[in-house]
Design a protein around this ligand. Sequence first.
Ligand code: CTP
Length: 405
Amino acid sequence: MLKGKHIILGISGGIAAYKSVYLLRLLIKAGAEVQVVITPSGKEFITPVTLSALSGKPVVSEFFSANTGEWHSHVDLGLWVDAMVIAPATASSIAKMAHGVADNMLITTYLSAKAPVFIAPAMDLDMMAHPSTQHNIELLRSYGNHIIEPGTGELASHLVGKGRMEEPEQIVKVLSDFFSVKKSLRGKKVVITAGPTYEKIDPVRFIGNYSSGKMGYAIAEEAFRRGADVTIVSGPVSVKVSSPDIKVINVESAKEMEAATVAEFAAADIAIMSAAVADYAPSECARSKIKREKDEIPIITLVKNPDIAAELGKKKRTGQLLVGFALETDNVEFNAKDKLARKNLDMIVLNSLQDKGAGFGTDTNKITIFTSDNDRYDFSLKSKPEVAADILDTLINKYLHIDEA
Ligand code: CTP
């Protein structure tokens, strides 16, 4: 799967850099073309001579060649690359990547890379557990980067804990799994609604909900990986897409989401409705900020919002597929099946708030899928990207008749 792939191996300065030599060897053995980019402190741990001998290319570290004055173009590298893997990624490099501190060639290359980026952190357990590091890792994840979680074991400090860089064999496996995905959605246009809606009360207040958009964005990333032409109609969220080729239409209210989704659905093959749409909105938005009155409590009159999924269910043509979500607390199966029928969906993904780790704001989800012809599929608690893969596998195997095995 890695044969002929252009890989940038970014190495920053940590003890685990010795493992990068082996990682480089495995990547070359798998047929990849590898360009090593190393930070100045990385060179304190392993020598560029070893790395260039194994990769068959001069190692890039400085912005200019000291001998010839030639500029090393991180922009060209960013265009050349199919995947960038930073292993080890130290706390310092992680912080610089998260905040765009472009003071070495590794970070400028990262900022220019127009390809998926895989980051394998390695550091001592306390540095790893520190809120700053955790926050920076979450930021990198929210930008669409793939974090290859470190393992637990003995560290360079002889302390035992989480912080060991993932083993080179496993990193190669993550990369080859990434490239091995069949393009089973090539030629399909997929529209996904994601996130919450905000319904304005006055210029500074709104009715909203806790939806993070993570589930919808994970489905979008997975559909894109499988070759689909993807559009997300997104309520206000902080998640970002990993590629500029995933189209994002930003909206705020249910009405705006309705207009954009209906327009996109006309030419779509598949619509997946993962947004948490507010069912009601204030009947009007006050022109100026509502002031606190001494004696009176303001009454906000609500009106019904459009049901976007149901509307698409009415417009659905033969061959178009419509998938909805149901987040339920009680009578979960009955309510999910009722929505499936009422909104004329082909599939509904139930997450029950009775299950720990499922629903809003979490990084995991536990789902059951029901189909309009009464099939049922149960899944265990998984990360949202894994859940996204399960949803698309089910949809593809059932309705598009492509064997993905
Ligand atoms: N949905 C929608 N537009 C709405 C409400 C819901 O498109 N105005 C979609 C959701 O994106 C989801 C499905 O319909 O795919 C079910 O959403 P949910 O909020 O569970 O259903 P409701 O019909 O609002 O039912 P209730 O809130 O009573 O559970």
